[in-house]
Design a protein around this ligand. Structure first.
Ligand SMILES: [Zn+2]
Length: 472
């Protein structure tokens, strides 16, 4: 980042409080063209919001329920929008396409710029259990002196966060006790260890999410053998917190927040979809909100704290004095990934209310990022998904209609007070519903944002972010 440019944009930020899209106003004040900046600008910060399984259908369902068909979510306000393709490669023959990706292969695509096969975490398709690695946007940013953060409502060792700071042949190898499919990666075999170990050993500055049980496991090789991953993190300079209250006050150059043993608690509850004519009829179900316990932070709260911890506004942040060579470099901004993970997980289990609640929670986290970008227009903000999913909006069935395949639930939308029926039809009731192979939305604002417009490939996102940060 050119320091002069950074100061120029910071200097105008205070005057931009009323702008809906600050880049437009920055243009007036700096003489830089929006179009030029959106095509060729450099960003000090990149915030990537990744809605897991949040295809166009999932966005539309959440919008209809929460704000009505004519309403708009925060994620709808980003000015530049396109669609990108999400396929994977076949492990047995990487020259062939797998048209339905999982989060591991798709994440490897946007995180590294390379396609891989389902289940792989930033490692090369077709290489079996051999230790291979594809360098990630987080790793490149970290090497260049940017601070880095990784936030999720899933276990922080789950596939989407893992693709940024880990390399392993099988996404299930999340803790030192989960390594049966990844033997060459085990530390006692000279490998980099499980995803939990690699996450900590990477010295990512801010790591927030669920998955504490993985980090309570005992390391089986290397210098910290016999210690838990949490103890290893503490020995490597991490402050570790386990609840919202301590997250609110924590400081330090490295923060690890683990707020539940597994995935974080869902925001909403409601009736599961059921075979035709489905749940919720005749009046339409209304979702129960505010189900998350107060000791777990919301995704918006985690996002806010991550930005505060990563952003060095006046140069006085404590990380500057930390005893680590890589962290003595001058402040170059940050790269932050924020995942709304359970949109996908609740789509799998046919729970429309829970799916919507997680989408709205993700949208509130996006609002936090947009608020930051309003005052820091040298920030590239991206909102996208990793793959499409099963849920579809279908006609409201009659109480006697038993001809519909799949499962259904009818909701009473909050604003319209009209009924909306959701169908889950890629599997039989009670089985995990499938991802689907459709392209998904990508939206952006800030430097390089113009490169998301049109139809692109998921791997193009890596290059958009890398160019924005001056890494290529
Ligand atoms: Zn999934």
């Amino acid at each position: 980042m050119n320091r002069n440019n950074a100061n120029r944009y910071l200097g105008v930020a205070a005057t931009l409080a009323v702008a809906t899209w600050v880049v437009a106003s920055a243009h007036v004040l700096t003489g830089a063209s929006d179009d030029d900046r959106a095509e060729a600008g450099r960003a000090k910060n990149v915030i990537l919001f990744l809605g897991d399984g949040m295809g166009d259908s999932e966005i539309t369902i959440a919008r209809n329920y929460q704000v009505g068909a004519n309403g708009r979510l925060w994620m709808d306000s980003l000015p530049l929008t396109g669609e990108y393709t999400t396929y994977a490669l076949q492990e047995s023959n990487p020259a062939l396409i797998d048209y339905v990706t999982d989060s591991a292969a798709s994440g490897t695509g946007w995180a590294t710029g390379f396609k891989t096969s389902n289940g792989r975490i930033s490692s090369i398709a077709g290489t079996g259990t051999a230790v291979t690695r594809l360098e990630t946007i987080l790793e490149l940013a970290q090497k260049a002196g940017f601070k880095t953060g990784n936030v999720s409502t899933a276990e922080i060792t789950d596939a989407t966060p893992a693709v940024l700071d880990s390399h392993i042949n099988e996404r299930g190898c999340q803790g030192p006790a989960n390594m049966s499919a990844c033997a060459p990666y085990k530390k006692e075999n000279g490998g980099p260890g499980s995803i939990a170990e690699q996450t900590v050993d990477h010295h990512v500055n801010v790591i927030l999410g669920g998955g504490k049980a993985r980090f309570d496991q005992v390391i089986t090789g290397g210098p910290h053998v016999g210690k838990t991953v949490i103890a290893s993190a503490q020995l490597q300079g991490y402050t570790v917190v386990f609840d919202a209250a301590n997250l609110a006050t924590v400081s330090g150059p490295r923060v690890l927040g683990l707020f539940t043993a597994g995935n974080m608690t869902l925001e909403w509850s409601g009736l599961q979809a059921s075979p035709s004519p489905g749940s919720g009829l005749p009046t339409g179900q209304t979702c129960s909100e505010n189900q998350r316990p107060a000791n777990e932070p919301s995704l918006a709260a985690m996002t806010s704290r991550a930005i505060e911890l990563l952003h060095d506004d006046d140069g006085s942040d404590s990380w500057r004095s930390h005893d680590d060579e890589s962290e003595h470099r001058r402040d170059r901004g940050f790269f932050l990934q924020v995942e709304g993970a359970s949109i996908d997980k609740q789509d799998h289990v046919e729970n429309p209310c829970q799916q919507i609640g997680e989408t709205i929670a993700f949208d509130r986290a996006i609002r936090v990022g947009l608020d930051f970008a309003r005052h820091h227009p040298d920030t590239l903000v991206i909102v996208t998904a990793d793959h499409a999913h099963t849920s579809q909006i279908v006609p409201v069935p009659s109480l006697t209609d038993t001809t519909r395949p799949g499962t259904l639930s009818t909701l009473l939308t909050k604003v319209d007070k009209s009924m909306m029926t959701i169908n889950y039809g890629t599997r039989a009731h009670g089985q995990s519903q499938d991802h689907t192979g459709s392209q998904v939305r990508i939206a952006a604002q800030g430097p390089q944002a113009g490169h998301v417009v049109g139809v692109t490939n998921q791997t193009d996102l890596f290059h958009t972010m890398a160019r924005a940060l001056g890494l290529e």
